[in-house]
Design a binder for this molecule. Structure first.
Ligand SMILES: Cc1cc2nc3c(=O)[nH]c(=O)nc-3n(C[C@H](O)[C@H](O)[C@H](O)COP(=O)(O)O)c2cc1C
Length: 232
């Protein structure tokens, strides 16, 4: 687990179907809210579909992966369970979104770890949410479902160095929360710059946070959730 690095470049070798199934079954052993299992996984191995997703969100890991798994937050089965017993159904809102997003995330992380344990590699691709509506149409996602992220899996073309995390003390606190000094951020900017070396993206770690949280968030996710009956 401590050797994890995201892999974005893959060889042409495919993950055998039975091994992929075992990897995903290991993923599905994850804990899940009240055993509801509020997620689905779309396994994309077809090159045409991979290309269509790449056209929406041009990240090379999507096209290069042996399998691109789209993790879907899913209350569609929940609707069927509820309707067995009552006519009312309240899928909307933040709490329900957290239930399905956390369930899907735990399965995805387990899946990635299982793949890594067998020598495969992968990367989570969250930016597919920028094209949530188009992707939902492409994958025939029904009401009460939404694409959360993809997981590109395959045989690593090369081994990356393990990316340093924030210091333990900046993230793990004894007994109560400890608000951090700005210096923690500056020191980590420095650490990241040294780690990246030649491959530096030209921006500091903290500047990349500005691009996310210093600007209004994209609206594609909300619009798609509203269209699918998951947000008002
Ligand atoms: C929810 C989520 C979404 C992510 N989305 C992307 C993405 O769209 N593209 C990408 O290249 N990496 C993506 N990543 C991978 C992160 O950039 C990566 O995990 C992080 O930089 C730490 O690097 P490491 O995994 O190599 O340790 C995502 C990771 C998570 C958890």
């Amino acid at each position: 687990m401590m050797q994890h690095t995201s892999v974005r470049n893959f060889t042409d070798e495919k993950i055998p179907v039975d091994i992929l199934k075992t990897i995903i079954e290991a993923g599905r052993a994850a804990s899940t809210w009240k055993n509801f299992q509020s997620y689905s996984i779309i396994n994309i191995s077809n090159e045409v579909t991979k290309q269509k997703i790449y056209d929406l969100q041009p990240q090379k890991s999507i096209k290069g992966a042996s399998n691109f798994l789209v993790f879907v937050g899913d209350l569609n089965r929940a609707e069927k369970a509820v309707k067995l017993h009552t006519d009312v159904f309240y899928p909307e809102g933040i709490e329900n979104l957290l239930i399905s997003s956390v369930d899907a995330s735990l399965v995805a992380q387990n899946t990635l770890l299982a793949a890594e344990s067998l020598g495969y590699g992968g990367v989570i691709v969250g930016l597919i949410r920028d094209q949530a509506t188009e992707l939902s149409a492409l994958l025939n996602l029904p009401d009460y479902t939404y694409p959360l992220f993809g997981l590109a899996l395959g045989v690593p073309a090369r081994q990356n160095d393990v990316k340093p995390r924030l210091p333990y003390e900046a993230v793990v606190f004894d007994e109560t929360y400890k608000v951090q000094e700005t210096k923690v951020i500056q020191d980590y900017d420095q650490m990241q710059a040294e780690f990246s070396g030649e491959r530096r993206l030209g921006t500091d770690w903290s500047e990349r946070i500005v691009a996310q949280f210093g600007t209004p968030s994209q609206t594609a996710t909300l619009e798609n959730l509203q269209a699918k009956g998951l947000m008002k």
